[in-house]
Design a protein around this ligand. Structure first.
Ligand code: ZN
Ligand code: FE
Length: 254
């Protein structure tokens, strides 16, 4: 069993602690806010074993040095972002395995938002920590890669078990919902999810984590093959990556 603690921090980030009671080990997925993460560790009575970085952005790796200083923890970071993340103890790439105690996670390389971006997938526990690659009803901006990088990355997530719980790094869902409705306005499941999202956000409740299955039915960035979206964009004859690129382009200007 894994215990996951979600830490809202900065303006709209989520930090995550992943704790294995059997070994006593605790991982921090990224380091958005070292003080908030340290306070939560102290509250839980845990000590930090390692940071697993998804990518090099400041709101993901900016707390590495302070957490290492406080906890003497290891840093595991994506090889492709190595020129921006100093002092990792281990560089990981696609297909590598990392462990909390004896519990295994797979590393998947998901370039697009940054070229080195990785996600961490606990297949048995059906949990995936996806950083800024996938968001509820959205996906990361293409800061370093382009659609031809990001679409295969999202396909890797599409191929996970639909029962996987997705832990993304930002609470962007309400904004993403408005955009999703603009390209897929008649999707009944999206309309229903939208009502639930609005209700949750009115009460300041998180919309993260969420079930991959729900996003597969409602997130336009995972559905460039959906006939209704293709019709709305007048792109019936285009390839999936072309439709994905157009959806991403429209969201950038939304
Ligand atoms: Zn980022
Ligand atoms: Fe971010």
């Amino acid at each position: 069993m894994l215990e996951v603690v979600q830490i809202p921090c900065l303006s709209d980030n989520y930090g995550f602690l992943v704790h294995d009671p059997a070994s006593g080990q605790t991982i921090s997925i990224d380091s958005p806010d070292a003080d908030a993460i340290t306070r939560m560790l102290e509250t839980k009575g845990w000590s930090l074993t390692a940071i697993w970085n998804t990518h090099h952005h400041f709101d993901h790796a900016g707390g590495n040095a302070a957490l290492v200083a406080r906890w003497n923890c290891q840093v595991i970071a994506p090889k492709g972002d190595a020129k921006y993340i100093q002092n990792a103890d281990r560089w990981v790439e696609d297909g590598d395995e990392v462990f909390v105690g004896t519990i295994k996670a797979r590393v998947l390389h998901t370039p697009g938002h940054t070229m080195g971006h990785v996600i961490y997938v606990f297949d048995q526990q059906r949990k995936a920590f996806v950083g800024d690659t996938l968001f509820a009803l959205g996906c990361g901006r293409l800061f370093e890669g382009d659609a031809s990088n990001m679409w295969p990355s999202l396909q890797k997530i599409r191929d996970l078990s639909p029962q996987t719980l997705i832990y993304c790094a930002h609470e962007y869902t309400a904004d993403n919902l408005r955009f999703a409705l603009s390209v897929d306005p008649e999707n009944q499941q999206l309309l229903e999810r939208g009502a639930a999202i609005r209700q949750a956000r009115e009460k300041d409740q998180p919309t993260v984590p969420f079930l991959l299955e729900t996003d597969l039915q409602t997130n336009p960035f995972l559905r460039p093959d959906a006939p209704a979206i293709r019709a709305k964009l007048e792109m019936q004859g285009a390839s999936d990556v072309e439709v994905f690129a157009e959806i991403r382009r429209r969201k950038d200007g939304f």
